[in-house]
Design a protein around this ligand. Structure first.
Ligand SMILES: NC(=O)C1=CN([C@@H]2O[C@H](COP(=O)(O)OP(=O)(O)OC[C@H]3O[C@@H](n4cnc5c(N)ncnc54)[C@H](OP(=O)(O)O)[C@@H]3O)[C@@H](O)[C@H]2O)C=CC1
Ligand SMILES: O=C(CO)COP(=O)(O)O
Length: 335
């Protein structure tokens, strides 16, 4: 008997959702793609012109017009896989009309690199606790990969993490293309927290650049950042992992150094003296690390890990500490 086609609903209309749509439709394994976004005008634009209005607008969208919608409930009911791709700060709002019953039996993939505010939970934990999704139905997409480079079809590596490695392998097969290689992992906690932390370190990197530190200092900052990241994930979820793998060190490096990083760009503006509000307005894209560092500050009360870089970013963004003075204090703690 023929296997039924997988139906995948992508939830979110930003750059990474658009890049995920491109990867999933460039991959030719039999499946059907659906796409939800909140913005009706953007839906109409894509249906008419085949391009996303505000994000990665050069990418040709190959999703049938009838499969793109602002009705999340209907798409959720149709799909087997739900790929979540709204920034963590807005996830609860996006899922407001969705109940645990709507998601029963569905496989949920998170491409989000953030923490749900107030709950202070990574996405896997949030889905498990609030929607009763078993961990063997939860997958995470991570790894060093900017949406802009996917649009350019530059060779990139993505890690698909799940307790259910067979499911991770199935999803990896649906995502890989000529320009996307996939790696399967069983480390949901390390992969998610690693991705959250690297956003904060990229903000630190941007701040340092903005206040005038050079490449010599940046390399010390990032070598301290990977040690800080390892201390934290080992405390939260102590398993045997190699922090030099691309989902951890690789993602930290690309985000801290790439011209495409929103977190680094945001940090750079803060270092140059922009307020948080003005930097956010100027960027018109989301720097997850801004929200995450506040959550991490609270989560770490429970773990008490030594995290001087996160604390410095927290002090600058949430306590109005001066970037120059805070980075001078931080520099004394690095080695
Ligand atoms: N960009 C990248 O290269 C990568 C991003 N990611 C992760 O993907 C996730 C999504 O980021 P990305 O696509 O880049 O984001 P973008 O900055 O490209 O887009 C922002 C998205 O957030 C939505 N949004 C903004 N404000 C609100 C709000 N108040 N309520 C609800 N939705 C809102 C926007 O919707 P609207 O257009 O309607 O305003 C848009 O869909 C993040 O967790 C990010 O870390 C992961 C890997 C790579
Ligand atoms: O996660 C990313 C690259 O792997 C994207 O990082 P930014 O959100 O900083 O652009």
């Amino acid at each position: 008997m023929l296997k039924q086609k997988n139906k995948i609903a992508v939830v979110g209309g930003g750059s990474w959702a658009t890049a995920n749509i491109k990867m999933l439709t460039d991959n030719t394994t039999g499946k059907e793609i659906f796409w939800w976004m909140r913005n009706g005008e953007a839906v109409e634009h894509i249906r008419k012109f085949g391009h996303n209005l505000h994000y990665l607008s050069s990418v040709e969208i190959k999703v049938p017009a009838a499969n793109i919608s602002t009705d999340l409930k209907a798409l959720v009911h149709t799909a087997d896989y739900i790929l979540l791709n709204v920034p963590a700060a807005f996830l609860k709002e996006a899922l407001a009309g969705i109940t645990p019953a709507d998601l029963e039996g569905k496989k949920i993939v998170s491409a989000i690199k953030g923490i749900v505010p107030d709950e202070n939970k990574i996405i896997g934990e949030f889905l498990n606790e609030h929607y009763n999704i078993p961990f063997d139905h939860i997958l995470v997409i991570s790894g060093p990969c900017h949406a802009e480079e996917v649009a350019l079809e530059k060779l990139s590596y993505l890690t698909i993490a799940s307790k259910n490695e067979a499911l991770a392998a199935e999803f990896a097969d649906m995502l890989s293309t000529r320009y996307i290689k996939t790696i399967v992992s069983d480390d949901i906690y390390g992969t998610e927290y690693g991705a959250v932390l690297k956003n904060v370190y990229a903000i630190a990197s941007g701040i340092c650049h903005g206040v005038g530190y050079g490449d010599n200092f940046q390399s010390v900052l990032i070598s301290n950042a990977i040690r800080e990241l390892e201390r934290f994930v080992d405390k939260v979820h102590p398993i045997d992992r190699d922090i030099k793998e691309s989902a951890y060190l690789g993602d930290l490096l690309v985000t801290a150094y790439s011209q495409f990083s929103r977190n680094r760009t945001f940090g750079n503006m803060i270092g140059k003296g922009y307020t948080v509000k003005s930097a956010q307005l100027e960027m018109n894209m989301i720097a997850e690390g801004y929200y995450a560092v506040n959550c991490l500050h609270q989560v770490n009360r429970q773990y008490n890990v030594d995290m001087p870089i996160c604390e410095a970013v927290y002090a600058i963004l949430y306590k109005k500490s001066h970037p120059v003075l805070e980075m001078q204090k931080l520099a004394e703690k690095l080695s």
